[in-house]
Design a protein around this ligand. Structure first.
Ligand code: NCD
Length: 305
């Protein structure tokens, strides 16, 4: 039995295979609409989410399976003091697979250790978010064709933005990927991620002005300032509108650059950018459902031909 805690739990070959599976499902969803008949996914969300939770649920429903779960810690036995370890033992009796989001780093890992069903980390605190990365990777592969040699700009809250941490990890396994990390001084990537970049010998830069990076980028990955991880409101208010991608900045970019965002967007991308053909963040959501369909099948050992 396998779990998914970080993108590195999948080898590059497995990741490619998973994306191939997702492409097959996307091309003919009807063909796979009963492969999970009788299966149940439990979505255990101790932290709010719209996209990720519904994307997992939609994925299972489109495969013919069913869903159950909770969407906030308040509506689970966590309020009574139940541990994650006990909760997953119970859920293991009811469901075939679980996706867990938790505000504490490592909570899904604890769950996996006590689970008899596959557990997927659907975001743990400011740490990792592997299925968003699968979504991002599939979007990049579909739109750019490959990863090698890409220059990616990661902009915004690189400290708490778990999607950025997972994406860097996944991209570091490809050749000659260059990272331009654009953030205010206070929201730079954590040391452990910088160390991973250095260890791989990948080219990277840390800058504060988005305008300085625009013309070099093949991919711009925008992120929201993660309000819920701040210790004080004042810092959040000061930093929340630090970056706003607008059409003026878009004019500096290549014609074939793509803009991604894990969503939800707050102010960091002006609505006017949505109509630019390079804005791909809504398309990205679509890929997210297909890659989760493929992942559910992979972890349940259901073959996709
Ligand atoms: C991201 C998350 O939850 O980390 N969103 C998502 O999964 N779609 C990014 C965010 O919340 O800003």
């Amino acid at each position: 039995m396998r779990h998914l805690m970080t993108p590195l739990d999948l080898s590059v070959e497995e990741l490619e295979k998973l994306m191939d599976m997702a492409e097959k499902i996307k091309a003919d969803p009807e063909k796979y609409s009963h492969v999970c008949d009788g299966k149940i996914i439990a979505t255990l969300f101790y932290e709010p989410s719209t996209r990720t939770r519904l994307s997992f649920e939609a994925a299972m429903l489109h495969l013919g399976g069913k869903t159950m779960g909770f969407h906030s810690a308040d509506s689970s036995s966590a309020t009574k003091g139940e541990s994650v370890a006990d909760t997953i033992r119970i859920i293991s009796c009811f469901a075939d697979i679980a996706a867990m989001r938790h505000p504490k780093e490592g909570a899904p890992m604890v769950a996996a250790e006590h689970s008899t069903i596959p557990v997927i980390n659907a975001g743990d605190g400011g740490h990792q978010h592997p299925t968003q990365t699968l979504t991002d990777m599939m979007t990049i592969r579909a739109l750019k064709g490959h990863f090698n040699g890409m220059t990616i700009g990661l902009c915004g809250d690189l400290k708490f933005g778990r999607t950025v941490h997972s994406l860097i990890r996944a991209l570091l396994r490809y050749d000659d990927v260059k990272f331009i990390m654009i953030s205010p001084e206070e929201l730079k990537i954590p040391d452990y991620i910088r160390d991973e970049i250095k260890k791989k010998g990948a080219e990277y830069k840390e800058i504060t002005k988005l305008e300085d990076a625009m013309e070099k980028l093949d991919i711009l990955y925008m992120t929201r300032v993660q309000k819920e991880r701040f210790f004080n409101e004042e810092d959040y208010v000061r930093l929340k509108d630090y970056y706003i991608l607008d059409m003026k900045k878009m004019e500096l970019a290549k014609d074939d650059m793509i803009v991604l965002h894990p969503l939800p967007r707050v102010n960091e991308i002006a609505v006017e950018v949505d109509n630019d053909p390079r804005a791909k963040y809504f398309e990205q959501v679509q890929y997210g459902m297909y890659i989760r369909m493929a992942l559910i099948c992979m972890l349940l050992n259901i073959e996709i031909r």
